[in-house]
Ligand binder design. Structure first.
Ligand code: ZN
Length: 280
C-alpha cells in the first residue's frame, strides 16, 4: 500500500460559524471513491450531524474534478463495521456478497446521507462521473462551477447506471435516457435549466457563493429547516422514488450477475473506452 493510499480521504473545515465544510481530499485520484473514502465521508457527515454548533453542511472537493466515481482498483471491502444497514456475509460467493456490499456501501449510505437532519449543499467543480453522482444527488442543494459536468456512462459496463438510481427524478425521464444511452455529460448550465442544480457560478466564485448560501440558510431556525427538508423528501417518496430506486438497484445487480456469469467479473470491461472517454 502506498503512502497516498494511507492518506486521509476527507478533511473537515469550519469556514464560518454554524457551517461545516467537508472536503473530498483525494485529488490525485480525482476523488475516486474507494470504501475508505465513503466511510470517512460517512463519519464526517455523522460528526457534523451530531455537532450542535453546525447548522449547515457543505460537501466540497479538492482538485479540478469533484469525483470520477467508484475506484475500480480498490477491493469491494468495508473498512469497518457497516453503518447504514445490518447487512453481512460480504464474502459470500456469486453476487450474494457483492449485493450485500452494494446494499450497505452504496445504496445504504446514499439513503442515510439524504436523511441527514440538517441542510446539505454540494459544491461542485469539474467532472462528476457515475458514482460521483451518488455523492452529489443525496445532498439537498447543488452549487456548480460553470466547468462542472455530470455523466453516467456505465451502461457500457453492462449495468443500468450508478447504484443510487434517481436519474429520472433529477433530470426527467427523456434526459435521463439520453444521459444513460449516450454516456455524454450534462453541463452545469443544462443541469441548472432542468432544475438539477440550484446555482451556477464562475469557478473562482464557487467557494464564496456556496458559503454565502450556506450562511443565509444557517441564519434560519434549524427545526423549520429540518421539517421542510423532510417534507420535500417525503414528497419525492410519495411519487414513488424509493420503489423506483429499489427496482433499479435490483436490475443493477442483475447486470452484475449477468456479467459475472458471462465474463467472470461484475462489470463487462469490453467497452471500457466508452466509460473512460464519455462523449463530448
Ligand atoms: Zn454496482
Amino acid at each position: 500500500m502506498t503512502q497516498q493510499d494511507d492518506a486521509p480521504r476527507i478533511r473537515t473545515e469550519h469556514p464560518a460559524p454554524d457551517i461545516a465544510r467537508i472536503r473530498l481530499a483525494r485529488p490525485a485520484k480525482r476523488n475516486a471513491q474507494d470504501p475508505a473514502l465513503l466511510y470517512q465521508l460517512d463519519a464526517a457527515l455523522a460528526a457534523a450531524a451530531a455537532d450542535t454548533r453546525v447548522r449547515v453542511i457543505i460537501l466540497a472537493a479538492d482538485g479540478p474534478d469533484f469525483s470520477s466515481g467508484h475506484d475500480l482498483a480498490a477491493p469491494f471491502e468495508l473498512p469497518g463495521p457497516p453503518t447504514a444497514t445490518l447487512e453481512g456475509d460480504f464474502d459470500a460467493p456469486g453476487v450474494e456478497g457483492h449485493l450485500a456490499f452494494e446494499c450497505e456501501a452504496f445504496l445504504g449510505l446514499c439513503r442515510r446521507w439524504r436523511e441527514l437532519p440538517k441542510p446539505t449543499i454540494a459544491q461542485v467543480q469539474g467532472r462528476v462521473i457515475a458514482g460521483g453522482l451518488m455523492l452529489v444527488w443525496p445532498m439537498d442543494l447543488i452549487v456548480a462551477a460553470n466547468d462542472a459536468t455530470f455523466a453516467d456512462p456505465v451502461a457500457a459496463f453492462g449495468v443500468n447506471g450508478a447504484e443510487y438510481f434517481v436519474h429520472a427524478f433529477e433530470v426527467g425521464a427523456r434526459r435521463a435516457k439520453e444521459l444513460l444511452f449516450t454516456g455524454e455529460p450534462i453541463t452545469a448550465e443544462e443541469a441548472h435549466a432542468m432544475g438539477m442544480v440550484n446555482k451556477v457560478v464562475d469557478p473562482g466564485e464557487l467557494e464564496n457563493a456556496t458559503l454565502e448560501l450556506a450562511t443565509r440558510i444557517a441564519a434560519r431556525p434549524a427545526f423549520g429547516l429540518r421539517l421542510a427538508k423532510t417534507s420535500v423528501n417525503r414528497s419525492q417518496d410519495a411519487q414513488g422514488m424509493q420503489q423506483a430506486v429499489d427496482t433499479a438497484f435490483a436490475l443493477h445487480n442483475l447486470g452484475h450477475a449477468n456479467n459475472l456469469a458471462r465474463f467472470g467479473t461484475i462489470i463487462d470491461t469490453s467497452a471500457i473506452e466508452h466509460v473512460r472517454r464519455p462523449g463530448r
